[in-house]
Design a protein around this ligand. Structure first.
Ligand code: ZN
Length: 199
């Protein structure tokens, strides 16, 4: 019996694509065989890059490979609490600490006048829209406990003061002053969240 294992494998993989039956997949595989190797490699590389491309969640700004991240989609999470962080990586850190079950909002940085980062380039507007749309009861401010992080926290408190139904809390600085979430261990992050205080 005539067998070409690698060829068959390629036909099998191609036939997983929508609208590609076995016949078309065979034709494509034969075509790939005839193509220049560099063109085939450019194709496989571009597919890999496509898959590797992570996006930002449309709602919260966390990293996702879909339009909406798994946290925003998760029906079991507490949709009344939003933890506001500076960067998408902070979401991963807090998630890894293991005990937070609310939602997130990624600002995309922190207010830093010296670096020319003013509130309008961060996603405060989006946060306000989420508060106005949803049934949000608590905002946890988890910006870093350094000068810029505190400036950002202060600004947040100010713009959120119009929403009297909101409880606004700040993570405890069990995280030593000046220490970023990034350099804190999971236990410290967990404690900082647990010991948050109303501001
Ligand atoms: Zn999200």
């Amino acid at each position: 019996m005539f067998q070409l294992k690698d060829f068959e494998k390629c036909v099998f993989e191609l036939s997983k694509l929508p609208g590609i039956g076995r016949k078309t997949a065979t034709r494509l595989a034969l075509f790939l065989l005839k193509m220049d190797k560099k063109d085939v490699l450019a194709l496989t590389k571009s597919i890999e890059a496509l898959k590797d491309k992570i996006r930002f969640c449309k709602i919260c700004g966390s990293l996702t490979d879909e339009e909406i991240c798994s946290i925003c989609k998760d029906a079991t999470r507490d949709k009344t609490t939003i933890c506001v962080v500076e960067e998408a990586k902070d979401v991963i850190l807090i998630e890894n600490s293991g005990n937070y079950n609310g939602l997130y909002h990624v600002l995309g940085g922190r207010i830093s006048p010296l670096d020319g980062i003013t509130p309008d380039v961060l996603s405060f507007d989006k946060l306000i829209s989420r508060i106005e749309e949803g049934n949000i009861k608590e905002i946890i401010i988890a910006t870093n406990p350094d000068v810029d992080g505190e400036t950002t926290a202060y600004y947040l408190k100010k713009i959120l003061s119009d929403y009297s139904m909101l409880k606004i809390t700040r993570i405890a600085t069990g995280l030593a002053v000046g220490s970023h979430l990034e350099y804190s261990d999971e236990f410290a992050i967990l404690k900082a969240l647990e010991n948050r205080r109303e501001i």
